[in-house]
Design a protein around this ligand. Structure first.
Ligand code: LHQ
Length: 262
């Protein structure tokens, strides 16, 4: 049974994988302040929890997430939109980015607006057949946010990003796969198993997975010399891990490596 972090976010743990399920299916898992803060807290806790070696983010019901909850009180004594992004979205996106453990978005349905931003900020995206992606921001007169303008052109190129953001048209999972927006598409009924298998594989991987994430996350922002140094620092850390020693021993002994994540 899922452990409840709050009504809005469920957490389950199995064999090194923490699965976070956005749980507002009646509102297509649109993002409330509570849900965003719970996500940020969970991501912070995972940083120091050695028992968790991979994270899955998915949605309950038929949607991944429809983005910002547009029915929540947005003005007055409700949400201060000017500080909302900084105070409630940034900790989630930064938490995903800085966590040196792989994060998979299991996109089970529509990912719209900032819901799509969450998927973009994951390290890998696996979509079910029924998944769709929509840069809904322009439809309500807004600009893509929650780091969508950062990740989208990096994933699909500037031309595609401009098209998706300006037209706000929905694309299905096959189109998303063709443009490199998702890594894999599977049948809806196989999504949980496919993501579970992938997450378990990553959760039994070496510490270097986190270092690979660190190095690649900044790669497109750096010039060659700077990136070479980032890579070198990560490699020096990797060389000093139990997992590197185990990997080399396993190679010499002609057996599969058993990585501890340390
Ligand atoms: C919703 C939502 C929703 C509440 C569906 N909120 N209830 C950041 C910070 C600061 C400022 C503002 O913005 C942001 C970032 C953003 O994310 S802006 C973009 C926000 N998202 C959208 O504009 C998407 C709005 N939703 C839709 O366009 C459609 O619902 C999609 C295309 C996602 C799905 O369409 P359908 O499959 O036809 O479902 P539906 O529209 O019938 O929705 C089902 C229910 O979910 C419905 O409630 P109801 O009580 O009528 O059954 C919707 O009102 C509710 N819902 N999105 N974002």
């Amino acid at each position: 049974m899922p452990a409840t972090i709050s009504n809005a976010l469920l957490a389950t743990r199995a064999s090194g994988v923490l699965t976070l399920t956005l749980n507002r299916p009646e509102a297509l898992n649109s993002l409330t302040t509570e849900l965003l803060d719970d996500l940020a807290t969970s991501l912070r806790e995972v940083e120091t929890d050695a028992s968790v070696r991979a994270v899955v983010i998915t949605g309950a019901g038929r949607a991944f997430s429809a983005g910002q909850d547009l029915k929540a009180q947005l003005e007055g004594d409700g949400i201060d939109l000017r500080s909302h992004l900084r105070e409630h979205y940034l900790p989630v996106i930064e938490g995903m980015r800085s966590l040196e453990k792989p994060i998979i978005a299991a996109v089970n349905g529509v990912a719209a607006g900032a819901g799509m931003s969450l998927a973009l900020a994951a390290d890998l995206r696996v979509a079910g057949d029924a998944a769709s992606f929509v840069q809904a921001f322009v439809r309500v007169g807004l600009v893509p946010d929650a780091a969508a303008t950062y990740y989208l052109p990096r994933l699909v190129g500037l031309g595609r990003a401009m098209e998706l953001a300006m037209l706000g048209e929905s694309i299905d999972s096959r189109a998303a796969l063709a443009m490199g927006l998702v890594n894999r598409v599977v049948a809806d009924e196989e999504l949980a198993t496919a993501v579970g298998d992938l997450a378990s594989r990553l959760a039994s991987g070496p510490r270097s997975l986190g270092l690979i994430k660190r190095a690649l996350s900044v790669s497109l922002d750096n010039e060659f010399d700077k990136q070479f140094r980032v890579e070198e620092t990560a490699q020096l850390e990797a060389l000093d891990t139990d997992d590197f020693r185990e990997g080399v021993n396993a190679f010499r002994e002609k057996r599969p490596a058993s990585f501890s994540g340390a």
